[in-house]
Each structure stands twice: as C-alpha cells, then as structure tokens.
Design a binder for this molecule. Sequence first.
Ligand SMILES: *Cc1c(COP(=O)(O)O)cnc(C)c1O
Length: 429
Amino acid sequence: MEFVSTRGQDRTPIERALSLGLASDGGLFLPMQWPRLRPDDFEGADTTPRIAERLLQSFFADSIFAADFGALCDQAFTVQTPLKPLRDGQTSILELFHGPSGAFKDVGANFLATMLAHLNRGATRDTTILVATSGDTGSAVATAFYRRPGFRVIILFPDGRVSARQAHLLSCFGDNIQTLRVAGSFDDCQAMAKAALADQTLVQALNMTSANSISLGRLLPQMSYYAEAALRYFRAHGEPLNVVIPSGNLGNALACLIARQIGLPIGRVLISTNANAVLANYVHTGNYQAAPTKATIANAMDVGAPSNIERLIYLAKHDPSILRDLDSVSVPDDAICARIQAFYQTYGEIICPHTATAAEMLAQRRAAGDHAHYAVVATAHPAKFADVVEPLLGLSVPIPECLKPWLARPAQAAQIGVGLDALKAALGP
Ligand SMILES: *Cc1c(COP(=O)(O)O)cnc(C)c1O
C-alpha cells in the first residue's frame, strides 16, 4: 500500500513513511486506502497480537514487513490493555498503562521500534532517534529502544516542568539512551528537535530521525487496543463500545476514530482535553485555531497546536462521517483535582490527572442524563503523577512492577541551555 502526505506532495511506501516520520512537504502521512473490516473478520483472533495483525496487515502488504508480519506483531504487541468494569455497572476503565514506562505511548513506541529494527537489519550505521518530550513520550521511546543494537536515542525534556517520577524515569537509562534536561519549556525542546532535524549536516552525521507522535509507526498500532476492547465488548454484549479519551496531540483519539471508520464496533467517541481547549473549539465550531500552550497538571496533554489535527481535518474533508458521534470538552486543573477525589470515592480507583479529564467529561454527560456504557481510557499509571495525586487523596500510590526496576536506578541527565548550538555541543563531535 502507498501512503500520502496530508499536503499532497509526497507519496511513498510504508518503509520510507516509517523511517521519515514527517513527509518531505511538511505534511503527515496517511494510507491511500482504508480497509473495511467487520467484527466477523476477527473470528479466531483472540489475542492482542492476532487482533492487531488482522487490523494492520493491509497497511504492510507488499512491504519488507509482509512475510514476517505475524511474528513482528508478536514482538510489538506485548503490553496488556485490559478493559476493567467498574462497580456502577455502566462504566469501564480501559487501562493502557501496563507497559514498561507506565503510559499508553509504550504501545506505539514498541511497534515503531520493532519495525525500525526490522527495516535496519544489516545496516552498517547506527540510527539516532531524537525526541522532545513533555513528559511521557521520552520514557516510552527510551524503553522501546533501550539496548537495541543499531540505535541511539537522544531525549530532550523541559527541566522542572515534568513530574518528579517522570524526570527520574527519563533520566535513568544510560547506555544507548542520552537524556538532556533543557533549561526551557517543552516548546523550546520541540523547536530544538525541529531545528536539529532540519540541519542536513547534523542529520547525515548522526543518521538521525525522530519518533514523535506524528509518526505513522505510532499512530497505526494505537488502533489495536481500541479494536481489541471494542471486539471483546461487542462479543460479550452485542453493542458497540463508547469511549472517553484524554487528548493532547490527538494521536490516541485519532487512532480510535480511524478504527471506528474501518468498521470496529465503536460508538460515541468523547475527547477530553485539559485547559488547552483548541480541540474542543474545533469540534464545536469546525474552525481550527492554534493557541499558545498553557501549563497544567495533566502535563503530557499541554498542547496548543495538536499535531494530528492536520490528519483529522484532511480525513474529515474526504469523509465527514469520521466526525459523527464525537464531542470534546476542556477540563481545567481544579476540576481535574476534584474528579481524582470523586473517582476514588465512587469507584475506589486511583486515576492520573490525564485520565481525570476523561472521567470529568463523562461525569458531565452523566449529569446531563447519558446513562450509556462508556469506557474511560486511562492513559498513564497514577504512580507517575504521585506528586499531584497523593496529596489529593491522602494516601501513597503503590509503584507498579513495570516502573520499579527503572525507578531503582540512579538518574543522570546533563543540563543544557536552549537552542541548536547547545544541543550540538552536548551531542559531541
Ligand atoms: C501523551 C499523553 C496523552 C495525550 O495523548 P495524545 O496522543 O497526544 O493525544 C494523554 N495522557 C497521557 C498520560 C499521555 O502521556
């Protein structure tokens, strides 16, 4: 299958789309055709890798991945994403945080790493992956590439603007992972990564690419947990699954909308954001207007210009039905805090500040009389945000097994200033 840029000037096979990240015209890659699948097409597919294989195989047909695609799915889809019913009987929680860095981004990062490693078999030069992170992306990419031969990862994170646990996780790797604390904001980090990736001398010297959330190699696999949860729910109840998804760059929620378009039994899609309300404004007015980023306690969603909105606008232009049964609400910090407390009181479940935006959006729907079944999508383990959650609940959040080995290691990250020159100096000759 071929892939085309949202800006129309770049068409390419999957191999190049995966290794480039961004299209050469500045757009984002999308498949030329979408498969149409019915729940019956997944008969006999009962495990995460098998469901993912059926869902994704058409995108990888005729590629270097095709012959081994089943085995690659076995390697890539190792994270469990259980759909847990809560005690009110009308709400479930889709837990996407059981991967090695405790956030949903592990699924996409591990798939991308698996595919790039397959693509680079026999390569004579190391590939450098440069990633700017507002908190969770960096550790997901780091765990996915940690000690993978042929890869080096450089992480830029804004010093002092991530949670204490996030900072520790980002800085605990060493080996082929180099972490740099930037004395600036996430936007500064992103600008530095962009400048580095636009510097052809540097790109050639380091054989450098990126792994940010616009990569198709992260977007496509994120459909798999929606497919799996929706199929399991449909098989048990004969109804589509409604979901509420916390969103920042719209990678996670867009994957769900696409899975629904492909034919998975997904019903309403509610998308919550933190105080950065760009998406809610777009959904309500049809106009997209980027805004300066506001810092919030759900920091992995602090996005004023969601990168995947370009994909959504492109898809909606070709088929407006992608926007059906869709809503979005912006949730400020005080409502996040109150919802973390209320959710714990109601369900006995501890949720992270990002997940709380979804829980709050659902609570607003319930108050307005919507009693349908919904799955609240839990995007990170609350232990990553202990500094927010613990004072609110007056308890200590147990650290999950997946995070323990990392947090037991010493943290080490060099601090650098803002700008490409500072980054170049840190990268060495
Ligand atoms: C990245 C992240 C989000 C936002 O995901 P997008 O795909 O950027 O919309 C939400 N919650 C957590 C915990 C995250 O790490």
